[in-house]
Design a protein around this ligand. Structure first.
Ligand SMILES: *Cc1c(COP(=O)(O)O)cnc(C)c1O
Length: 433
């Protein structure tokens, strides 16, 4: 694909590289994980993306999560159009903020109050500031391979092993900002316990993706999240679920409902904004009462609770709250997984297929993936070949081995069957090369 004659995408990418670092406004979009150059999207509708060269793709990226209904879903479009005619932003309270807050609080068991922000990054950053304010402690625990946005204090993944002292992943992040960020391997409950024993009075919070969806897709092992809940309670720390990805994706109540664990605070983003920029953090009322102006923990935003974003979020959640939607997503996901599993077997490919609800990932490796170290064993060159074979057949997957794929309600049975046929051909091609 990348060696074909110059396409319009190529030309635009050449231009973009002169204007934007790497030609993009978020790194993974540049296709560095698979080589070659990105396709430029013209528009999208339902299950499909259309690029500027007139190619059509079944979309399994969904803007990295939000577009669970499919693109330009009619009731969402209508809600945004209607809201935009009434003014874009007021910097003053609106009824729509109450409405979306009600919907999240009703859907997610642990959330009693919520604050809307503009991105997932803002949500996690603010939730951690709140946890530190509430506990009067400085240290936080995160898991390597979990992504919580690009705030300084969270740009730590550390290497293998237990409790590595936080070293920043990026230049420009002072070590003082991350020295209180302790990183542990995902699924390593014993490692977390050891940190608590070392610093019994210093840990403000654990922040975790209840399903890790930013290193491919790593599911929590039985008892892992329960142990985090138990340890935080025992040591007086807060448990923060980063459900920016899993919220409203693997169930109306997110991972916490599915796994029956109540965190103290939860972060949201992606789906709750229906594709417009939104994030949120919420949780126990006594903790949320510490947020300004009722409490002393300062956090603000010019465009927070933006009426267009609220309208998109409300319309999206309205669709998702209709009975049977998550059963339908589960069914689609299962049909696809069964087909792909068959293709993996028939082609004799060493590929793993973790899946939960409307998300899955194909790891090009033999052994099960349980944490960042095992995820990193996946063969990225094999993935890249597979990715390009899929793209050539009109299937748009995330351009990196370490991202998860998403299913939307817009995918029908015929599209799922077509996807399976493409996977089978791509796996055959990949083996041949
Ligand atoms: C996407 C994501 C974020 C960051 O959200 P942005 O809106 O990109 O800032 C944080 N946490 C998780 C789990 C995510 O998937």
């Amino acid at each position: 694909m990348s060696n074909l004659a110059l396409t319009r995408s190529h030309v635009l990418f050449q231009e973009a590289q002169q204007l934007l670092p790497g030609g993009v406004n978020s790194p993974v979009r540049a296709f560095r994980g698979v080589g070659g150059t990105p396709v430029f999207i013209d528009y999208a509708k339902g299950a499909y993306l259309y690029d500027v060269d007139g190619n059509r793709y079944l979309d399994y990226v969904q803007s990295w999560g939000p577009m669970i209904l499919g693109h330009a879903y009619p009731t969402v479009v209508e809600a945004v159009v209607r809201a935009s005619e009434r003014g874009f932003s007021f910097g003053a309270p609106t009824q729509a903020e109450n409405a979306l807050a009600h919907m999240v609080i009703e859907s997610v068991p642990s959330v009693e109050m919520i604050r809307f922000v503009n991105s997932g990054t803002e949500a996690t950053m603010s939730a951690l500031r709140l946890a530190r304010a509430y506990t009067g402690r400085d240290k936080i625990i995160k898991f390597s391979g979990c992504y919580h946005g690009h705030a300084d204090l969270l740009l730590v993944q550390a290497g293998s092993g237990v409790a590595t002292m936080g070293l920043p992943d990026s230049p420009g992040v002072p070590t003082e900002t991350t020295k209180n960020t302790l990183s542990v391997a995902y699924n390593d409950g014993a490692g977390v316990e050891q940190i608590f024993r070392t610093y019994p009075d210093d840990i403000a919070a654990i922040i975790v993706e209840p399903v890790a969806a930013n290193m491919g897709l790593v599911l929590p092992q039985a008892g892992f999240l329960e142990r985090l809940r138990h340890l935080t309670q025992h040591y007086g720390a807060l448990l923060i679920f980063d459900e920016v990805m899993t919220g409203f994706r693997i169930g109306l109540g997110g991972a916490q409902e599915r796994m029956n664990i109540k965190p103290d605070l939860t972060c949201f983003g992606k789906i709750i904004g229906g594709g417009l920029p939104v994030g949120a953090y919420g949780g126990r009322r006594d903790i949320m009462q510490l947020v300004a102006p009722v409490g002393a923990m300062y956090q603000a935003g010019t465009l927070s609770g933006n009426p267009l974003a609220m309208a998109a979020g409300i319309a999206t959640l309205n669709e998702l709250r209709k009975p049977g939607q998550y059963a339908l997503l589960e069914h689609k996901s299962q049909v696809l997984a069964e087909g792909i599993t068959r293709a993996i077997r028939d082609t004799g490919s060493a590929v793993r297929l973790p899946r939960i609800g409307a998300m899955f990932c194909l790891y090009f490796c033999k052994d099960p993936v349980t944490d960042y170290v095992s995820a990193k064993k996946a063969d990225t060159a094999r993935f890249a070949r597979f990715f390009w074979h899929m793209l050539e057949q009109g299937i748009y997957l995330p351009p990196s081995q370490f991202e998860s794929c998403f299913i939307s309600l817009a995918l029908d049975d015929a599209m799922l069957e077509e996807t399976v046929r493409c996977v089978e051909r791509a796996l055959q091609e990949e083996k041949r090369s």
